[in-house]
Design a binder for this molecule. Structure first.
Ligand code: HEC
Length: 322
């Protein structure tokens, strides 16, 4: 998916790319405003101006041509005002009503290329425009939020999975495989369930238990035991099984007992499209595990691991000719 973007064959594609890079590198020049944690409001000034410029050349023209008759303030044929001809109303729907954010944006992308969504206004002929609009707008949105100093959008996150593996000597490859089934409501604490998608990972609890007299008070773990300094949970072999849709996965952060672990794991660099109908598609190798050494110590059977994703969603269909 992302690898193929360099394969563009015409100027229009170059334009989109230039636009998104241009925004990514210039947003630092914006003035910073106080973030408001509760109500989403539009900041005026340079930050907004850049987002508007992006909207004008990405989604706005598509919406005007194909969606305006239903998704506008003057009609209630379709929900949302994102396709209003007033740029101001449209972009407010995108930003404030969050049509432009991952969950609802993927619905926009999906409906736009769905021939079944009020034909003939939407369909496969929009695939290429939607693909580039999505790439560019998603970048612009991050740039805007950074520009105004707003907290980043809420990311999909799993519930905590309790790790109860018994202690193995360092280097033992006695993994405990764990399945996270995204099909079942409840496995994702934040974000939408993905039908047919299953994540699995493996972990070990490696190290050595020391006698209590070898420990200072502050080194004693919550389970009342003392562990050697190299003791750690090691997480590896992240695999994904998909259903009938491809999914995008990027930047996985590990949370330990509800708090960001700070672990700089290889999972953070993941940026991948997992094809539809994959079985155990490996998205992280077994040779570079994420190593968790919580400063507060260990409590196997209670310690819980959760995964947070920057992106975890059905992939935007890529046009066949890219
Ligand atoms: C002829 C009217 C019509 C046109 C044109 C139309 N839609 Fe829709 N749209 C609807 C209706 C009706 C619904 C609600 C029922 C449904 O979800 O299918 C809807 C729902 C949606 C939703 C879900 C909104 C929500 O809040 O639940 C999105 C997103 C959407 N359409 C995007 C688009 C896009 C993008 C276009 C243009 C490419 C488009 N639609 C063109 C009528 C239309």
């Amino acid at each position: 998916m992302r690898g193929t973007i360099f394969n563009f064959g015409n100027l229009q594609k170059l334009f989109w790319l230039t636009l998104s890079f241009g925004i990514a590198v210039t947003y630092n020049a914006c003035s910073r405003l106080e973030p408001n944690e509760n109500i989403k409001v539009f900041a005026s000034g340079g930050c907004r101006g850049q987002l508007e410029t992006n909207f004008k050349s990405t989604y706005y023209p598509i919406f005007q041509q194909h969606c305006n008759s239903c998704h506008s303030s003057f009609t209630d044929q379709g929900p949302g005002d994102f396709a209003d001809e007033e740029l101001d109303i449209g972009i407010t729907a995108m930003y404030v009503d969050e049509y432009g954010y991952p969950d609802k944006l993927s619905l926009i992308n999906k409906n736009a290329v769905d021939p079944g969504h009020p034909a003939p206004t939407s369909g496969p002929e929009l695939e290429e425009d939607i693909y580039y609009a999505n790439e560019s707008w998603s970048q612009a949105l991050i740039a805007y939020d950074t520009c105004i100093g707003s907290p980043p959008p809420v990311k999909p996150k799993t519930k905590g999975f309790v790790m109860s593996h018994t202690l193995d000597p360092v280097g033992t490859l006695a993994y405990t495989p764990v399945s996270l089934s995204m099909t079942l409501a409840g496995d994702l604490e934040v974000g939408n369930d993905l039908p047919g998608v299953t994540f699995t990972f493996e972990y070990t609890f490696e190290g050595e238990e020391l006698t209590l007299d070898q420990c200072t008070v502050e080194k004693i773990s919550p389970d009342g035991k003392c562990y050697s300094p190299e003791t750690a949970y090691k997480i590896r072999n992240l695999k994904v099984t998909t259903g009938s849709a491809a999914i995008d996965v990027s930047n996985i952060n590990l949370f330990f007992n509800g708090a960001f672990s700070g672990t700089q794991s290889t999972f953070r660099a993941i940026d991948i499209e997992v094809p539809a109908n994959s079985t155990d598609f490996q998205i992280s190798s077994g040779t570079q595990p994420a190593i968790l050494q919580p400063p507060e110590g260990f409590n196997p059977g209670v310690d819980a691991l959760s995964f947070e994703f920057s992106v975890l969603q059905e992939a935007v269909p890529e046009p066949a000719d890219l």
